[in-house]
Design a protein. Structure first.
Length: 167
């Protein structure tokens, strides 16, 4: 597993600019050039979700302390909800989802358990946003299950960031 935070979803060929979505790709599938970022770990859906949580807690601590503790995942994923996508390219979104399909299924199962019905998917971008947001919610529930009180403070923010980085 890679290092969190990590928002890197693809590797890019330094010669032709082709994107690669496979974790262990070393060469460009189009032109054969060695990828300069071949050793960089690509973020899974869960890694990406944790990274959004960390980013929110690190860069918006005042907002995090004023929000209710259960609202943090929705605040952290607000940007991708507002944009309606994580990747701005539908083909890229399909590649990312294919590489991380088991995490998509985990997100859908978690939704079914909590709501008793299937999540209404309208398009591939919405499925990707849903999966990231659901993973943010799932990991947040896990790492904060023993937090007391309805709000975070500086100490619990630091603890949450540490837990997210090591989860």
């Amino acid at each position: 597993m890679g290092k969190v935070p990590n928002l890197k979803l693809y590797k890019e060929c330094p010669k032709c600019g082709t994107w690669s979505f496979r974790q262990y790709d070393t060469f460009c599938s189009r032109c054969g050039t060695e990828l300069t970022d071949k050793n960089e770990w690509l973020a899974s859906i869960s890694d990406y979700a944790k990274s959004l949580l960390i980013e929110y807690l690190e860069y918006s601590p005042d907002m995090a302390m004023s929000a209710g503790i259960r609202e943090i995942p929705s605040h952290a994923t607000e940007g991708i909800h507002a944009n309606g996508n994580v990747m701005f390219n539908q083909a890229a979104t399909r590649h990312v989802l294919a590489e991380c399909w088991n995490e998509v299924e985990i997100a859908l199962d978690d939704w079914r358990e909590a709501n008793g019905s299937d999540y209404p998917v309208k398009n591939i971008e919405q499925l990707h946003v849903f999966s990231v947001a659901q993973h943010a919610d799932m990991v947040w529930r896990e790492i904060t299950s023993d937090f007391r009180g309805g709000h975070l403070d500086e100490e619990t923010i630091a603890e949450a960031i540490e837990r997210l980085k090591n989860w």
